[in-house]
Design a binder for this molecule. Structure first.
Ligand code: COS
Length: 381
């Protein structure tokens, strides 16, 4: 039987996250967006409340929440601000390959750091010449004596300027395509260099940086999983984190829908609130449907993970639909506001700028379609 009723614990967690989004995030979100302020104060409060690293198993100091639990929290936080939400959830992305493949010692040392203190970790996959085409990466890891030496540059790295350690994917066999990629943990103090802070269109309170590894030496045991098996680890990671991005997209859509509905009830044209005009009602109806279906899609893909099942197809369905919907809903929300929607004072324009990255990071809308097409044409047995 399919049951979408939240448990009492899930409802309580959702209320707590909503309260945090309403009282701690929203009051500063538009100011932090304008100035590109790093939300350190909010991250610390979130960490203290257990709103960060909640996916980490109890043996490494986390709450050991399930994927569905985590996604429900991500929707609420993104309703407050998806930029701050992206910074809050990035530890989940960086630790996913570690929890999947690393030795017990590495998990205790590095995942443990994040639960012992409000520290951050970053996930380094993308490179200037290797975005959608992961196998095209040029960063290398070479064994020299009792060290791995990492050389290369990674871009669009969330929390890159502030991370304590990095999950880094690098070529260990340059001629083997996707079968020549390995995954490593690189501590910041091993010599990681922050090259560039990005000035972004949206989600401006999240930090995005270009990071380089100039002959950075790390111990041999900092390899995560098996040598040359990193590509699969990166794909399995994205299967686990894309439902969370879909949940964030749902939060952004919901925020935009609420703003548009409230405005439509107040704004009078032709003698009645514009909410009385069917043209506006149909836009609001489409927004509501998109919010509803985005939520069902992320819940389904996260629930499969909680059941230990592969969710590649459902994860791409959710990420693709919820992100495209967030873009459409926020554009329409600005439309409901008319000319005022274009003015920053009315706040709704931030959501439209924030939504764009949801169609780009953790796999573009086109990559999601590619995965969906492959899984549909050649279904797994
Ligand atoms: N889980 C487990 N294994 C997977 C997998 C998954 N979800 N997806 C692919 N694999 C495996 C395949 O089974 C194949 O295994 P073999 O080596 O045994 O043959 C291998 O990985 C290669 O798969 P594939 O041939 O599909 O690789 P492609 O190079 O064609 O790449 C896409 C596939 C395009 C889907 C992948 O590169 C991708 O997701 N790109 C987007 C990356 C991204 O999201 N970047 C954002 C950065 S994070 S902010």
């Amino acid at each position: 039987m399919v049951d979408f009723t939240l448990t009492d614990e899930q409802q309580a967690m959702r209320e707590m996250a909503h309260d945090f989004a309403e009282k701690e995030i929203r009051p500063v979100a538009w100011e932090y967006d304008r100035d590109g302020t790093w939300p350190e104060d909010i991250l610390k409060k979130a960490w203290e409340l257990g709103l960060m690293n909640n996916h980490v198993p109890e043996e490494y100091g986390g709450a050991g929440l399930g994927y569905l639990d985590g996604a429900i929290l991500e929707e609420e936080i993104a309703w407050g601000c998806s930029g701050i939400g992206t910074s809050m959830s990035c530890n989940g992305l960086a630790t996913a390959p570690v929890l999947l493949g690393a030795s017990e010692e590495l998990k205790k040392e590095y995942v443990g750091r994040l639960t012992e203190a409000p520290l951050l970790a970053s996930f380094c996959l993308t490179e200037p010449d290797a975005g959608s085409d992961v196998s095209g990466m040029k960063t290398t890891a070479t064994k020299k004596g009792d060290k791995w030496v990492i050389n290369g540059s990674k871009c669009f790295i969330t929390n890159g300027e502030y991370a304590n350690w990095y999950t880094v994917f690098a070529k260990t066999d340059k001629d083997a395509g996707h079968r020549g990629i390995s995954c490593f943990i690189v501590p910041r103090d091993a010599g990681v260099v922050v090259d560039k802070h990005e000035d972004k269109m949206g989600q401006r309170a999240s930090n995005t940086a270009t990071i380089s590894f100039p002959e950075v030496e790390i111990p041999l045991d900092h390899l995560v999983g098996e040598e040359n098996k990193g590509f699969k680890l990166s794909m399995m990671t994205l299967d686990r984190t894309r439902p969370g991005v879909a949940a964030m997209a749902t939060g952004v859509s919901r925020a935009a829908m609420e703003m548009a509905a409230n405005y439509a009830k107040e704004r009078v044209q032709f003698g009645v609130p514009i909410a009385m005009h069917q043209a506006i009602q149909f836009m609001l109806a489409d927004m509501a449907t998109k919010v509803h279906l985005s939520r069902l899609a992320y819940m389904c893909s996260a629930s499969l993970l909680d059941q230990g099942k592969r969710n590649t197809l459902e994860s791409s369905h959710a990420k693709r639909f919820a992100a495209d919907s967030a873009m459409e809903v926020t554009v329409d929300a600005v439309q409901v506001f008319g000319g005022y929607g274009f003015i920053k004072e009315y706040k709704v324009e931030k959501l439209m700028r924030d939504a764009k990255i949801l169609q780009l990071y953790e796999g573009t809308a086109q990559i999601q379609r590619l995965v969906i097409a492959r899984e549909t044409l050649l279904p797994r047995q």
